[in-house]
Design a protein around this ligand. Structure first.
Ligand code: FAD
Ligand code: NAP
Length: 312
């Protein structure tokens, strides 16, 4: 019987593991095996330089940062299994957690399975991923090779608007490709967006091909009303077409919002099931940063410790 099982392996999971380990809870972590299509270590393993995680003034490679976090979790007494949890039974405490044919029982669970940025699988995308194509303008927009260039954002929601506004600080022009003739983004965000002279919107348009040898150079686009195809210059392409929280394995046993994000009590990591806590991007559709994920991982561990003290 475990005190606490941590599911996930991003900054939220490892911060929770460090705190639980130091509290002598002997945490058991399932770090996943290409869970949600992402390597153990989470979303940061899919990028290069991280420049906004405190403590690394020269920046640090995403995978290197996650390896350091894993080492710290192990040093603090975490047991890590490289497998994916595909089922849980939360109907009664102790809870059951399943990985293939193996099952484990535990008094508490921290869910830190993150979210996966949606990709569009446009021809050429795989070859140019992270060579001009990214799913995070806040993370990558300031990189030197995007400066004073034409940058393109796909999407019409709040993220697309926010990312386009952010990119105007670096780009010469930001073109936003919207598949309909309206934005989904909130009115307040739209007001700022339409006032910005660097932003140009391509309505009723889809990107149908990404072009470039070693880095992105052009995009082939198609107006879905007229059928007209054309090529535009683009040094950067940023997807803002939504994220999918990794919550399928919970089979609706925990309350989520309509997009699948776990609902936590405001200001905490408490879910609707006592003893089950959620931290990081799996419960955060707003900030979605490594440092906010880590912060909520710390909160989850402290809340687990309190829960175990009160119930055992
Ligand atoms: P994640 O990092 O999403 O990790 C969760 C991981 O848990 C999954 O990836 C998977 O490996 C594992 N998992 C999932 N399901 C299961 C399961 N059922 N069983 C076991 N394991 C499972 N943020 C910044 O602050 N700075 C940046 O520069 C930055 N750059 C980014 C660049 C890119 C390309 C992307 C996509 C994101 C970037 N972010 C950046 C955002 C940052 O990566 C996320 O906010 C952060 O990683 C979220 O951490 P997390 O702990 O919630 O989970
Ligand atoms: P979202 O609201 O789901 O918007 C996704 C956008 O991508 C939509 O415009 C959608 O088009 C478009 N899209 C989806 N699939 C596409 C495809 N295959 N091709 C082209 N376009 C595609 O996602 P989000 O913008 O990431 O926002 C998620 C949540 O976070 C929202 O609740 C949002 O309000 C919130 N958020 C808030 C803030 C803030 O308050 N500052 C900032 C960011 C996010 P359609 O409109 O045609 O469906």
């Amino acid at each position: 019987m475990e005190n606490v099982i941590i599911i996930g392996s991003g900054p939220a999971a490892h911060t929770a593991a460090i705190y639980c380990g130091r509290a002598d809870l002997k945490p058991l972590m399932f770090e996943g095996m290409m869970a949600g299509g992402v390597a153990s270590g989470g979303q940061l393993t899919t990028t290069t330089e991280i420049e906004n995680y405190p403590g690394f003034p020269e920046g640090i490679d995403g995978s290197a940062l996650m390896l350091r976090m894993k080492k710290q979790s192990l040093n603090c007494g975490t047991t890590i299994q490289t497998s994916t949890i595909n089922k849980v039974d939360l109907s009664v405490n102790p809870f059951k957690v399943f990985s293939g044919k193996q099952s484990f029982t535990t008094h508490s669970i921290i869910i830190a399975t993150g979210a996966t940025a949606r990709r569009l699988n446009i021809p050429g995308e795989d070859k140019l991923w992270q060579k001009g194509i990214s799913a995070c303008a806040v993370c990558d927009g300031a990189l030197p090779f995007f400066r004073n260039k034409t940058l393109v954002v796909i999407g019409g929601g709040d993220t697309a608007v926010e990312e386009a506004l952010h990119l105007t600080k670096f780009a010469s022009v930001v073109k936003v490709v919207v598949r309909r003739d309206v934005l989904r983004a909130s009115k307040a965000m739209q007001d700022k967006f339409f006032r910005n002279k660097k932003i140009e919107v391509l309505w009723n348009t889809n990107v149908i091909k990404t072009i470039g040898d070693n880095s992105l150079e052009n995009l082939e686009i198609k107006n879905n009303q007229t059928g007209k195809e054309s090529i535009i210059e683009a040094s950067g392409l940023f997807y803002a077409v939504g994220h999918t929280p990794n919550t399928d394995f919970l089979e609706k046993q925990i309350k989520t919002d309509k997009s699948g994000y776990i609902i936590t009590k405001p200001g905490s990591t408490v879910t609707n099931i006592p003893g089950v806590f959620a931290c990081g991007d799996v419960q955060d559709s707003k900030y979605r940063q490594a440092i906010t994920a880590a912060g909520s991982g710390c909160m989850a561990a402290l809340e687990v410790e309190k829960f175990l003290n009160e119930t055992n």
